[in-house]
Design a protein around this ligand. Sequence first.
Ligand code: FES
Length: 70
Amino acid sequence: MTEPIEFDHPDVVLCPGGPLLLRGDHVVEDADGTPHRTTRPVSAVCRCGKSADQPWCDGTHKVLPDKLRP
Ligand code: FES
């Protein structure tokens, strides 16, 4: 039996009402299937669909009414 791998922090964090946070090296596909690679320490992926910088969060979710937040 293999030992579970322990991490200091999760690679993916879901922010209630906001973006998905990714830590480290990831590839995210936008709605057209175009891959976007990030190697930033933390990247925020839009979940509300309103960001002008898709697939990344630009903070627009903060001004949305609660019922439109992810
Ligand atoms: S989740 Fe932040 S702009 Fe969409």
